[in-house]
Design a protein around this ligand. Structure first.
Ligand code: FE
Ligand code: FE
Ligand code: ZN
Length: 282
């Protein structure tokens, strides 16, 4: 029996929404992730409604899994500088408003880096900012991405993610995005003890709150906290480790998104490889 897998990769929005829908089908996937705007910048194109309608049709006709919108990297909701903080809040609010018009209703962001202000200060800063910009009518689910813990990054432990989930207003609007590279580099041994990591995740957060998984191998060893993605099977997690995750009964129905260092052709090969092993292997 062919096992259904919801998988896609990161695509660029610059050629429009319909284009991404067609592109991911060409690459063998049924979902994709894209940056809401230039990952470094602020400005954003006006939405083209006809283009969005065409993507909606592609999604309906091809049994898509939820697509994932990723906030720009420059959005730092824990920023110490008011200017940076205000920029983050403005972009976040604008993105959430735009998402109301788009077929994807998952908005993923990096919780933020408070610099030398410290973790507790950073956590409170994020919560305050979110409570200011997440409006009541918003129907999207906002995902905290679990981070590798580079620099002062918040969100590299399940405890911190839990703290955020427990302390924002409108808790039902929030969920979690796992990233396999970040987990591993953050010190969670998903290679030798996936079961143990998932038990901890379930106890603290609940696996049902995981709405998306970034599927990446890692260039660095367990706990390195550097955040360097590697191609599937070429890193420290390895192909067996990746397949273990994709085929795990508690994870296998989630949407997976490749963010590996690849061009389109490389993504196509990785999607095909993972599907093939999943269907022949176990
Ligand atoms: Fe990310
Ligand atoms: Fe990621
Ligand atoms: Zn990363």
């Amino acid at each position: 029996m062919i096992k259904k897998l919801n998988i896609g990769c990161h695509l660029t929005v610059s050629k429009g929404y319909e284009y991404m829908g067609k592109k991911i089908l060409e690459l063998g996937g049924n979902t994709f992730q894209y940056f809401s705007r230039n990952p470094r910048g602020g400005s954003v194109k006006e939405l083209n409604h006809a283009d969005i309608e065409r993507l909606k049709h592609i999604m309906e006709d091809n049994d898509f899994a939820p697509i994932l919108t990723h906030a720009p990297y420059t959005l730092n909701m824990a920023a110490a500088k008011d200017e940076t903080y205000d920029f983050a809040k403005r972009v976040f609010r604008e993105d959430l408003e735009r998402l109301e018009l788009l077929p994807g209703k998952l908005y993923n962001f990096h919780p933020g880096s408070p610099g030398d202000k410290g973790r507790e200060w950073g956590l409170e800063r994020i919560i305050k900012g979110l409570n200011e910009v997440v409006f009541k009518e918003a129907t999207s689910t906002i995902l905290f991405e679990v981070m590798a813990g580079k620099g002062s990054e918040i969100g590299s432990s399940f405890e911190e993610i839990k703290y955020l989930l427990d302390n924002v207003d409108d808790k039902e609007k929030y969920g979690v995005c796992l990233d396999t590279c970040h987990l591993y580099e953050g010190g969670y041994d998903i290679v030798n003890d996936l079961e143990g990591v998932l038990i901890k995740l379930d106890q603290l957060i609940g696996i049902d709150r995981v709405k998306a998984i970034h599927l990446n191998d890692s260039k660095n060893p367990l706990g390195a906290k550097k955040d360097r993605h590697e191609r599937i099977g070429e890193g420290t997690i390895g192909l067996a480790g990746i397949m273990n995750i994709v085929s795990h009964p508690q994870l296998r129905d989630k949407p997976f998104f490749l963010e590996t260092p690849n061009e389109e052709d490389g993504y196509k090969k990785e999607i095909a490889l993972i599907k093939e092993i999943l269907n022949n292997g176990n």
